[in-house]
Design a binder for this molecule. Structure first.
Ligand code: PMP
Length: 306
């Protein structure tokens, strides 16, 4: 991985190699930690964090949902993300991925988590597209997972909590072993939920359709793409989708902070669309938006230069 120099930890800057934790840290054993994935993009005015406010609010919501009392408030966490970007040196060519994480450290064992000390870190490093730069133009092959997206009542799917990612990990592993680049998880009712780390859209008769947030993470990229499409006069409907609707869609794509906007070429060996005009149009507009070239979305960016 692309190491950077500093990691923000509990209010201080710590050298990357020294940002370690004890093997008996509570989170390592029981999976309760909450995190975010945020991107800062190079713009004409230097690096700018995309949707810092929304990500920081979701981080604190996640902590509240899983009953972790974060010692840092909203303003401090926003500042920590800006400070760590300022502290590190980046090439300015690639986007930088930020990983804020609130976790339970060393000091108590057993399932009861409320006596474990809470730690907060923000790491960041240059990281290109999660599914590979080529996926943006070439698209990917996807398999419907044999795993169901964990339901809201069994595992608090609105929280971006480490424990939920066992589901994502196993689904992704299965898809990888079967020769696919990503999987599509259905919910307990058999409706399309999301990818292992992305939300999904289909296009049918020039309308964008994306599932509601019943059992999925409330994706910030999905919300931004909906706003972008609407402002461009594209009709967007948020409703349940069945798997066969994806098979017969005109276009389909995944969205997420790490994956950005990735065309889906095939689901379960059914080819989806040919030229994908709407997907490529939204990709282009999305990259203008995150790189500060679209004045209509200037509120989405936090420039980090003093
Ligand atoms: N679903 C899951 C399970 C994810 O991990 C992610 C990535 N955070 C997303 C959807 C997309 O969310 P966002 O657009 O906020 O990154």
């Amino acid at each position: 991985m692309n190491e950077s120099q500093w990691i923000w930890k509990d209010g201080d800057l710590v050298a990357w190699k020294d940002a370690t934790t004890h093997v008996l840290s509570h989170t390592l054993h029981y999976g309760n930690s909450v995190f975010e994935g945020v991107r800062a993009y190079p713009t004409k005015r230097g690096l700018a964090i995309f949707r810092l406010e929304a990500h920081t609010k979701r981080l604190l919501d996640s902590a509240k949902i899983v009953a972790i009392d974060c010692p840092f408030g909203y303003e401090e966490l926003c500042k920590a993300q800006i400070d760590i970007l300022r502290a590190n040196a980046f090439s300015g060519k690639e986007s930088v991925y930020l990983r804020p994480l609130i976790y339970l450290g060393y000091g108590s064992m057993g399932i009861a988590h409320w006596n474990a000390p809470v730690h907060t870190i923000v790491a960041c490093w240059e990281w290109g597209n999660y599914l590979g730069e080529e996926s943006l133009s070439k698209g990917i092959k996807v398999k419907t997972s044999s795993f169901r997206r964990n339901s809201a009542n069994s595992s608090l799917s609105k929280a971006k909590v480490a424990a939920n990612y066992l589901n994502s990990q196993m689904a992704r592993y299965e898809a990888h072993k079967c020769g696919f680049q990503e999987c599509l998880l259905l919910d307990e009712n058999g409706m399309v939920a999301e990818g292992s780390g992305e939300c999904v859209f289909i296009v049918k008769d020039k309308t964008l359709i994306t599932p509601p947030w019943d059992n999925t993470l409330k994706s910030i990229t999905q919300e931004s793409v909906i706003a972008l499409a609407r402002i461009e006069g594209i009709e967007v409907v948020q409703r349940h989708i069945t798997r066969d609707e994806v098979y017969s869609a005109d276009e389909a794509f995944f969205v997420g902070t790490a994956a950005e906007i990735v065309p889906i070429n095939e689901l379960d060996f059914r080819k989806i669309g040919e030229s994908k005009p709407l997907t490529h149009f939204l990709q282009e507009k999305f990259f203008s938006m995150v790189r500060g070239e679209d004045e209509r979305f200037c509120d989405y960016l936090t420039y980090i230069k003093e």
